[in-house]
Design a protein around this ligand. Structure first.
Ligand code: KG4
Ligand code: ZN
Length: 341
């Protein structure tokens, strides 16, 4: 097996993006992502609409991924899919497709945990040259629309969750704050955009308390809600007149909350190799804040933009390491909406 190249097709359908990726020996050949605009007008993902869109998108997305990679379906050595966590209806589309395709091609099937995959995005490379990835063990802060976790990663397949959110995720804190401000869904990128021209210290917001290495964001969101309600009662143009400063202050507070526990983990474990992954890792303020830590001796790692938000390359990469370790699954497998790493 060591001499033969390994081609893996990865499928991601846990939330509102349908994605397929082909990798060869851990190198990404294609990573096709179909976003679902249908949710924007509802201010959040509508699960039933997401499943229907996955159903429509999955075959064209897979075919496009194979075509871009210049790989024939008969060249694929294994099919990987997101088993969970995620929206059940969405997961079922990817899981069923992967099972059927693996059966039709008579090749192995590999199940992947979405949160594990976000971390493995740190190993997503497009060539074999000039690629740096974290060395083990490292601490990873995973920040997405549904999850916020601090994980100790000892090797590609050995992970220990040290802390996580006890209520909202960091992405939800961005999205719900944006909704309060009347911005479209998903609001994280819009807060990021406005924040770039604002004063991060203009407004002060609550830092909710959570035990140990855990996070809490629900009190933060409620604080924003009351603050905006009170200010709008005094001046109904408050949001329009101060949008950039409000966004910069919200972003600054969320980054502060995230770093408080990350700093604590790094200090307590003395592991200074640190990764930042997940959709919120696309945030420019958070990326800058992490890079600043290099000045105090941290070695920091963030995936390229397309590998931060949901994508199938991270699923295929995780599966590659499972393939090398002979971790396959069978046709009796089913999707899991709640699935801890
Ligand atoms: O990882 P992801 O694509 O999906 C989940 O698994 O949840 O993360 C989506 C989240 C959304 O909450 C979105 O607002 C947030 O990532 N996000 C951002 C930025 N880009 C995406 N949040 C802040 N700043 C950004 N630039
Ligand atoms: Zn995700």
């Amino acid at each position: 097996m060591a001499n033969k190249s390994v081609v893996i097709l990865g499928i991601e359908s846990s939330c509102d993006d349908t994605s397929a990726s082909v990798i060869r020996d851990g190198v990404v050949l294609s990573n096709v992502i179909a976003n679902q605009d249908v949710h924007t007008k509802y201010g959040g993902v509508v699960p039933e609409l997401a499943s229907r869109a996955h159903q429509q998108n999955i075959v064209p997305v897979v075919y496009q991924a194979l075509a871009q990679a210049k790989v024939k379906k008969t060249d694929i050595d294994a099919i990987a899919f997101t088993r969970g966590p995620g929206l059940m209806g969405s997961l079922l589309v990817g899981t069923s497709f992967a099972k059927a395709y693996a059966m039709a091609l008579n090749i192995p099937l590999i199940e992947v945990n979405h949160m594990h995959a976000h971390i493995m995005a740190l190993f997503a490379k497009e060539t074999n040259e000039d690629f740096t990835h974290p060395s083990f063990p490292f601490i990873c802060l995973t920040v997405s629309g549904g999850h916020t976790q601090l994980v100790k990663v000892s090797d590609h397949l050995t992970l220990e969750v040290l802390g996580q959110t006890i209520d909202d995720a960091a992405g939800e804190a961005f999205d719900k704050s944006a909704k309060i401000l009347g911005l479209d869904y998903p609001g994280g990128p819009l807060i990021d955009k406005h924040a770039q021209n604002g004063d991060p210290l203009r407004f002060k917001f609550t830092h909710p308390k959570a035990p140990d290495y855990n996070y809490s964001f629900s009190g933060f969101k409620t604080g924003i809600l009351y603050f905006i309600r009170d200010e709008m009662e005094k001046n109904d143009q408050f949001i329009n007149e101060n949008l950039n400063d409000i966004c910069a202050s919200i972003q600054h507070t969320i980054i502060g909350i995230l770093f408080k526990k990350l700093n604590k983990v790094v200090a307590d474990t003395n592991i200074k190799e640190v990764g930042l992954v997940g959709g919120v890792a696309a945030n420019s303020g958070l990326r800058d804040a992490l890079k600043q830590q290099e000045k105090i001796g941290w070695k920091t790692h963030i995936p390229k933009f397309p590998y931060c938000t949901d994508n199938a390359a991270m699923i295929a990469i995780t599966a590659y390491y499972k393939y090398l370790n002979n971790e396959f699954t069978n046709q009796a497998i089913s999707a899991k909406a709640r699935y801890a790493i």
